[in-house]
Design a protein around this ligand. Structure first.
Ligand SMILES: Cc1ncc(COP(=O)(O)O)c(C=O)c1O
Length: 380
């Protein structure tokens, strides 16, 4: 079965009791039992719900994995993953990790004895040195948020396998439509389903997907024990959003390339970061491991900080807002918004400058998107 067919049909069979084509929302916290502990597979929604189960079937299938566990948010999923480690374990991660993931590891899990080692995952030598020290886990993001750096995922997995290190990839930016890291042997794929998978900026969620049953059992046990479960309504919304993921991603990627090319040619632009541009330093790796380059474009304008802030607050189509991956275009200032939790010095060291702007290119008509950019840039 091809991607878009799986996205529409797997885990979404018609309701057995009524024939409803769309499975209903099981808005219940608890389930009637026939006898103590005799029930139809569900006892309490923190532990499980048919809407979680349906979504998990779909997610596992489109990510080419066997098992998925859904969580309350992307960071809920990261919590589910890190909670399987022990005090004293080391986690290796890329230097330009999403700010919230950095904060979770650096300001919460550090107090439970989990140590974080940030490295440049573009440098395979640095990866080799870090993994030789036997950390428990390496978390990669590729493309990264917000600099859209591309790590050579198969090469890093090969190094990790040599040293027996568990691998996890945050595949939020690429989406399962453009990249399936489980097929290269990664242990866990993580998504903030808040983004492209939901696709309509109306739900917050996350997931962990794996081929390892033992790991999946731990994720589900920890979700129930910590209380990291999503709501039935949110999982139903995500199931609904996934059905159009393929067509949305085609359009996001097409429009993002046009935006990237338009901005690259604009005199008020210094640098454009988009893995689909030939000028992107890891364009060749991206071409090798991705089937498309997704919908995020980051830009440094040839403007001072105040002018940049004025520009990004003035768009008509691009709403100045956190998050990304919805059908509507958004613009973000990482230094003061999504990545403000990373100390400035740390940010600057990793190339995340104060002037960097991140565009999430939506699926409005491309002429209107370009007109919005052009007219606001003309006024600055
Ligand atoms: C790459 C990436 N991973 C994880 C997250 C965290 O997801 P959530 O906001 O759903 O907790 C985000 C959020 O922006 C993200 O961009």
């Amino acid at each position: 079965m091809k991607f878009s067919t799986k996205a529409i049909h797997i885990g979404q069979e018609a309701d057995k009791t009524t024939g409803a084509v769309i499975p209903p929302i099981y808005m219940t916290s608890t389930y009637k039992q026939e006898w103590p502990n005799q029930h139809k597979g569900y006892d309490y929604t923190r532990a499980g719900n048919p809407n979680f189960y349906n979504l998990e079937q779909t997610l596992a299938s489109i990510e080419e994995g066997k098992y998925a566990t859904v969580f309350s948010s992307g960071l809920g999923a990261t919590t589910g993953l890190i909670s399987t480690l022990d005090s004293g374990d080391i986690v290796v991660a890329g230097k330009d990790l999403y700010g919230g993931t950095f904060r979770l590891l650096n300001s919460v899990f550090n107090t439970f004895g989990i140590k974080l080692n940030l490295i440049d995952t573009l440098d395979l030598n640095a990866v080799e040195i870090a993994l030789k020290q036997k950390p428990k886990l390496i978390i990669l993001e590729s493309p990264t948020n917000p600099l859209l750096r591309i790590s050579d995922i198969p090469a890093i997995i090969a190094i990790a396998k040599k040293y027996g290190i568990m691998t996890a990839i945050d595949n939020t930016f690429a989406t399962p439509y453009f990249q399936n890291p489980l097929t290269w042997g990664v242990d866990v794929v993580l998504h903030s389903t808040t983004k492209y998978i939901g696709g309509h900026s109306d739900v917050v969620g996350g997931t962990l997907i794996t081929n390892n049953k033992e790991l999946d059992d731990k994720f589900k046990f920890n979700r129930m024990s910590i209380g990291l479960n999503p709501s039935p309504f949110d999982t139903w919304l995500l199931t609904r959003g996934i059905k159009t993921l393929a067509v949305r991603m085609e359009q996001h990627a097409k429009s993002a390339l046009e935006v990237a090319k338009f901005l690259e040619a604009h005199p008020k632009v210094k640098t454009v970061y988009y893995p689909g541009l030939e000028s992107h330093p890891q364009h060749d790796i991206a071409k090798k491991q991705m089937r498309g380059f997704s919908g995020i474009v980051s830009v440094e304008f040839d403007l001072d900080l105040e002018q940049t802030k004025k520009l990004i607050s003035s768009f008509e189509i691009f709403a100045l807002a956190e998050s990304l991956g919805g059908v509507e275009s958004l613009v973000d200032h990482p230094a003061s918004m999504t990545h403000a939790s990373i100390p400035r010095e740390e940010r600057m060291k990793n190339g995340l400058n104060d002037g960097l702007v991140r565009f999430s290119v939506g699926i409005e008509h491309i002429d209107d998107i370009i007109k919005d950019l052009q007219s606001r840039l003309d006024k600055i």
